[in-house]
Design a protein around this ligand. Structure first.
Ligand code: FES
Length: 295
């Protein structure tokens, strides 16, 4: 049987196989829908290809005191291929891995937990791993945290920050240590836990300290992170009144809570949304109450 005969038969048979109500117009409509679906698919693929080809420009602060010719601070430009969902940290890693292996910055967890990749991004303290490139104006300017000594490129010296944290005794203490044989779990009631919940979210990234004008002008100021850490323990009911007083004494010193001018810059940049300024204000109130004497 020839092909012509087969197609003639098929065409002849077609009207019989079409469901009732079907017509030439229906077929045209169906074809039209299929063509539209194809066009949509193609447009989606084109958009994806275009997005992959897109690049984002990052301007990265560079400084290396140990290499001749790099001791003068400067900015290097990198054009990084952009993909949906990309963070500033992703862009930095790409630039380091593909363009300049000497580009130096800290990072670890890539999920806003370790606190090691706080940078000054487009004029604000942010975590590189939590900041989406799509949220930022191009070019993206990445600098080390202000008010800290730069060790190399985006790495700053955190020693002073850690010393301030250490100064508030950031660990749980007890007035009466239970004897070794009667060790018991130290339970905290749910309301008290709720009260200190936000303060316990600190990841020691240093963004708040870097944003604080007071800390910039007073190197001895404890700073928002350390005061928040002290808040966590001062408000913990399990420590007892004497220890609370001890903690308030530390916070009341000349470079303690009273230096805060309630500018809210620390609260604004905290990547964990800790109400730092509120905590400092509450400790000020506690300090006043602590000093009131009634006769
Ligand atoms: Fe750990 Fe960003 S890499 S907080």
């Amino acid at each position: 049987m020839s092909t012509q005969e087969t197609s003639a038969e098929t065409e002849d048979a077609q009207p019989e196989t079409e469901p009732a109500g079907s017509s030439h117009q229906d077929r045209r409509l169906q074809e039209k829908r299929e063509r539209q679906a194809e066009r949509d698919q193609q447009a989606e693929a084109d958009a994806e290809a275009e997005a992959t080809e897109n690049t984002v420009q990052i301007k990265v602060f560079r400084y290396d005191p140990e290499v001749e010719g790099k001791q003068e601070p400067r900015f290097d430009d990198f054009h990084v291929p952009f993909e949906k969902g990309m963070t500033v940290l992703d862009a930095l890693i790409y630039a380091r891995d593909h363009f300049d292996s000497s580009l130096t910055f800290r990072h670890s967890c890539r999920q806003a937990v370790c606190g090691s990749d706080a940078f000054f991004i487009n004029g604000s303290q942010r975590l590189g791993c939590k900041t989406q490139l799509v949220e930022l104006d191009d070019p993206v300017r990445i600098e080390p945290l202000p008010h800290q000594d730069v060790v190399k490129d985006l790495v700053v010296d955190m020693q002073h920050f850690y010393e301030q944290m250490e100064a508030v005794e950031p660990y749980f203490q007890e007035e009466d240590l239970p004897d070794a044989e009667n060790l018991e779990e130290q339970r905290q009631d749910p309301e008290n836990r709720e009260k200190i919940k936000m303060s316990s979210r600190c990841i020691w990234c240093g963004a708040c300290m870097s944003s604080c004008n007071i800390a910039a002008g007073d190197n001895e100021y404890l700073g928002p992170a350390a005061i928040n850490k002290a808040y966590k323990f001062a408000m913990d009911d399990r420590e007892g009144e004497d220890l609370k007083q001890h903690r308030l004494n530390i916070l009341e010193q000349e470079h303690g809570v009273w230096r805060c001018q309630t500018q809210f810059s620390c609260t604004n940049v905290c990547p964990k949304d800790i109400p730092l300024t509120e905590h400092i204000q509450e400790l000020k109130r506690e300090a006043v109450k602590n000093n009131l004497k009634f006769w």
